[in-house]
Design a protein around this ligand. Sequence first.
Ligand code: PEP
Ligand code: MG
Length: 556
Amino acid sequence: METTLRGVGVSHGVAIGEVRHMGTAVLEPPAKQIPAEEAEREQGRARQAVDAVAADLMARGNLAGGEAQAVLEAQAMMAQDPELMSDVDRRIAVGSTAERAVYDAFAAYRELLAAAGEYLAGRVADLDDVRNRIVARLLGVPMPGVPDSDEPYVLVARDLAPADTALLDPTLVLGFVTEEGGPTSHSAILARALGVPAVVALPGAGELAEGTVIAVDGSTGDIFVNPSAEKKAALEAAAAERKAALSASTGPGATADGHKMPLLANVGGPADVPAALEAGAEGVGLFRTEFLFLDDSKSAPSEEKQVEAYRQVLEAFPEGRVVVRVLDAGADKPLDFLTPSDEPNPALGVRGLRTLLDHPEVLRTQLTALAKAAEGLPVHLEVMAPMVADRADAKAFADACREAGLRAKFGAMVEIPSAALRARSVLQEVEFLSLGTNDLAQYTFAADRQVGAVSRLQDPWQPALLDLVALSAEAANAEGKSCGVCGEAASDPLLACVLTGLGVTSLSMGAASIPYVRAMLAKYTLAQCERAALAARAADSADEARVAAQAVLSGE
Ligand code: PEP
Ligand code: MG
């Protein structure tokens, strides 16, 4: 029977497919004793699970080929290691359950491996993965991590961290549904980057049964469980119609009366460049460099590796503008080697620029790598710091850029209300501002962007947030400098018109949103956008602001 659920739509489009859950970390199985007569049956269960996991790893290796095949085959061999298996048998013979025996035998082997020199210690993560797979199979719970599937699916998760999503095969993910997260969470950002529909903050998402067919409408936030054939056809037709209307819009961003509004792309690295180019991005307004740092949680990528990644992005926009954000570690983007592990409230702790000022060598390497990457290229490189609180922060960042010999514009992200309130003072040190409305909303409303229950307050239509945008844009205008928006607010087509009316000078968003924003902006004049902005700021809630802006633009 068809049922409908409602979450928060954060990435346009319709996805129809089977549910696959993101497996959670395997819990430690309880250490309960079994009677001696059950030992043989438990040993059989353990062997069966081990064989099945090994066979699955081999099969996936065959499919993957190359280096991945070698890693997966080595993992299959680990699973079937005869000594490990006899340890499992022995533990079951003295009263362990199969899952507990596997868990403990692998723990003992893990210690040996960890102590056996650098190369073998590096295999510990592979061993843990094998153990988790066998234990998950014995417990009958989903495999940990990204679903193992050869068929496209709709990914359902509690929330998605950048490290999880790095492992996703984008060709298999039709869409996302998460229980937690708001419009600015990483699940939402990633979905837009991949151009797949997504709904977040859906209570009970975890209870959708594996394999159930659902239709996700990322524009309305509706989830249709077991949709009828008519519903599927209607949704697909509506999505195709919208897509066709969009492909008609091309060229640089501008209002109907020709007021230019550069439309830039948010990227996480070279892999996102093709989609940005295809969407007609006029440059990059936010290069989130932390994705380069996620491969290895123990150290920063080398200068050479960074130069290569930066150069690939810079070369893609020969005459365009590329705004690179230096590493934004901490809070929702923790990095083991930089982020303190004992902060009571990481979002209010040492994160963003604060982390870099505590680790000047990491900042220096990054800035030097950027300087080298831009050498000889005609690109307009701009570099900005996340989480700038005041003029002293802005100065510290600009000094570091100058010391690294960087020939670029230096800017500050406005993500903390203090920076918006004192934007003119911050602008004494830097040449541009970029509004990170995701964090700006988080800090203005004291509403954690990762918590679904407070997503109402993460709504970028909140008039208080619009006031801070207006303050920053006015300050930049008075100083003759630019002030863009690179938070998710820019990807909402109606809000993009309001932001234009508030005086911002560029809009940067996930590539998939660019055609929607371009098409909407082209319908209205700057004066209409300004009136819509005034109406939105005069409202008392996000919903009222949205309705008021819509009413002005549709001439009601
Ligand atoms: C923001 O906070 O709005 C922003 C663009 O940065 P991030 O989402 O990466 O924190
Ligand atoms: Mg931010």
